[in-house]
Design a binder for this molecule. Sequence first.
Ligand SMILES: [Fe+2]
Length: 298
Amino acid sequence: MSPFFFIQLADPQFGMFAARSKLTDEGIEKELLKGCKVIPTGPISGLDKERQLFAQAIGEANRLRPAFVVVCGDMVHTNSPSEWKELLEVAGTLDPSIPIHWVPGNHDIGGLSTKEAMDSLYSYREMFEANYSAFQHQEASFIILDSTAICNKPPLPDEWDAQLAFVEKELAAAASRGGPTIVFSHHPAFLKSPDEPDDYWNMPLRYRVPLLQRLRTANVKAMFCGHWHRNNYTSYSDMEVVVSGPVGYPLAKDPSGYRIVKVNSENIEHEYYGFGAGPSSVLDLVNSTQLSIHVDNV
Ligand SMILES: [Fe+2]
């Protein structure tokens, strides 16, 4: 397998700047108590800010020419047609020779009732064909999870059972290809420890443990995620669990940006770049003998 690289994006979240610019003092205090920063932008309406940031991400992909781009969820904030329209307009400026893969987030699929959640899921499938899927590049295998099925309230357990059967089938197919396997999910399985308690930012333990067991047995190299709007690095056995900062609104010190992931048959390397701090090119694809490294360039 010849070395290649891809670009991982997360949380372009069209509409989030305007929503957070309308927070009351009480709302801001709640966010700060949760450890999420609020940027003093002044009143914002419209989607110009997200449009400009996502255009930078797509511009970097057009310049650097990855094997593919993957967007790890929360494409939009309120799930309105105008947000999707603007997002897809910018995505349409990606060079057509570079594939783009979409991973659903909790702002893209969900509802207050099971019926609303299912309707939202059907709308997503109409737009993107599938909410979970798999693809390959050379012998490397990639699996896209829809973590909203287990992380949203209400969850959709039947949808998750079907997805887990799909994952098992794809992991078996990946093993026969022999290349590395990488998983994409909006929600990370966990942030610090595989047995940490359930919260808004991770997968519920009752679903997390069986998933992690399957991924470990299949020797999955890494899970790349979004959702937390900041970088985070941890691992489960030899599998890295990487959370990337947002294309859109940052909730901590990591700025808006993107991650470059280099893959060869032996290992992966990845680095996060704030917009404006990206490399002039990605040439050093034959990497070191380390299992993996990560660097933040911000
Ligand atoms: Fe998000």
